[in-house]
Design a protein around this ligand. Structure first.
Ligand code: SF4
Length: 466
């Protein structure tokens, strides 16, 4: 990972960025004011629309609170938060996120218990992301305010409860259980912004009194911090020991240098099977004609041979989409097919990409750690893919406002191509110092095959969802 004083640092912006970090630290109250304003807006927009009637077909964001909340949460908030991770690291988490603010506040006044062992399990980021993604599809979280309240409100209540029980002024929820913590940590690794720790300056200040007391809410070991994956960019440690500054760095520097011993198997699983496989399955099931054909075929079979309950649409709205007024009701068969489709896509596409990563790692020593390390190179493609997938909601809402994007497929192709090129560049930078000649060519070709497979998998989404 990135060294604190390595060649990846970008010198020109250092001074102004360091000043910005100091400004953020010394204007903590202003930032807290922003955080609580976000909490207030979030509370209104999550709760109120759930108690309003479904919006009529001709409702707009400017005359209907339900549509306005849909715009803010799913049309703007999610795609922009994902994009911000690639540029600003986890500034969203430390400066704006309402769940982070609430869980930390609850933790300040709570029981202060230690973090239990089960919560430290490294698989939570993957499992929480997978469960939330699949459940969100089953209840149509993007389309209905009650489902939004269920998923986001439920997550917020859990964040407050965890904060109340565990830690003292900490963000235990964010660090261990937040469903998007793992995704944000992976994306932040390509961020050109980070709080840089200078180990020499830290050592030189050893034994001195701390410049200011620091409560790092996400519990980062600041002295050993080598990248922004876990840092929420809150700036509280700016200037600490005269060794911590907000600084720029070359995007991708950290990923190009990552060694097998530093790479996490669960991160690799999250990137390959979660952010790529599962996400594409979730974005595409409603767009692909194959899903519709499979559903019709199975429904016909069930009509002839049973069991009939699979075609019943009596599931509650908090388990499967159930909005008869909007003619949108899922049967048990629909639910099973959606879960199967998403899981199947994750396994087939993720399995193919994992195989390509394993092949790409063969000429370079250190399997399986090398394959895990190489998986981080897929971060730009995975992250831009999430942005493209989530922005389908933005496009759908814009269509409702009468805005047509005729160049949409071309725009999506351009974004995904940029993500693919960035990933290939990272993989090449990672491999070139570790293999040469035919070995390098083989490794790069195998990695490129994985990237090509992901691009092919995006085809139905790019050209069929408008
Ligand atoms: S290391 Fe901790 S205190 Fe420092 S900026 Fe990151 S989150 Fe804040």
């Amino acid at each position: 990972m990135s060294s604190s004083s390595s060649g990846g640092e970008l010198a020109p912006s250092r001074t102004s960025l360091a000043a910005l970090g100091e400004w953020m630290r010394t204007h903590r109250r202003a930032l807290q004011g922003v955080q609580w304003c976000v909490v207030a807006a979030y509370a209104v927009l999550v709760v109120a629309p759930a108690f309003l009637p479904l919006p009529p077909g001709d409702a707009h964001g400017y005359d209907n609170l339900v549509v306005a909340a849909q715009w803010l949460f799913w049309g703007l908030w999610w795609p922009l938060v994902i994009a911000s991770m690639l540029v600003l690291g986890r500034t969203w988490c430390g400066v704006f996120c309402p769940e982070g603010t609430l869980t930390e506040a609850a933790s300040r006044h709570g029981l202060g218990r230690g973090v239990p062992r089960w919560m430290r399990w490294g698989g939570w980021p993957f499992v929480a992301f997978a469960l939330t993604t699949v459940f969100g599809q089953l209840v149509s979280v993007y389309q209905y305010a009650t489902a939004t309240l269920l998923v986001l409100g439920g997550s917020t209540l859990a964040a407050i409860a965890v904060g109340f029980v565990y830690g003292k002024g900490k963000r235990v929820w964010c660090r261990h259980l937040c469903p998007v913590n793992g995704v944000f940590a992976v994306l932040a690794r390509v961020s050109p912004l980070h709080f840089r720790v200078d180990p020499d300056a830290w050592l030189a200040s050893a034994g001195r009194v701390r410049t200011h007391p620091v409560n790092c809410a996400p519990m980062v070991r600041i002295r050993r911090m080598t990248g922004p994956a876990e840092c929420h960019m809150c700036a509280r440690c700016s200037g600490l020991q005269g060794a911590v500054v907000l600084a720029g760095r070359s995007p991708g520097h950290e990923i190009a240098r990552i060694e097998p011993g530093e790479a996490q198997a669960w991160d690799a699983a999250l990137i390959v099977f979660g952010m790529i496989g599962l996400a594409i399955g979730a974005f595409e099931w409603s767009a692909t004609p194959w899903f519709a054909r499979l559903r019709t075929m199975l429904a016909d079979r069930i009509l002839d041979h049973g069991p009939a309950w699979l075609l019943a649409d009596d599931a509650p709205w908090w388990l499967l989409t159930h909005y008869p007024d909007a003619h949108d009701v899922f049967t048990w068969l629909d639910g099973a097919l959606i879960v199967g489709w998403i899981a199947g896509t994750a396994l087939i596409l993720g399995g193919f990409v994992a195989l390509c990563l394993a092949l790409a790692s063969l000429p370079v020593r250190g399997m399986p750690g090398r394959a895990y390390a190489l998986s981080y190179s897929l971060t730009p493609l995975a992250g831009i893919g999430l942005f493209v997938g989530l922005s389908a909601l933005t496009v759908g809402l814009a269509k409702g406002e009468g805005v047509q994007l005729h160049a949409l497929p071309a725009l999506r192709c351009a974004l995904l191509a940029a993500g693919a090129a960035w990933s290939l560049w990272l993989a090449y930078a990672h491999l070139k110092g570790r293999a040469r000649g035919a070995r390098l060519a083989f490794a790069f070709l195998a990695f490129s095959s994985g990237v090509a497979g992901v691009l092919v998998a995006w085809y139905p989404f790019v050209f069929h969802i408008r």
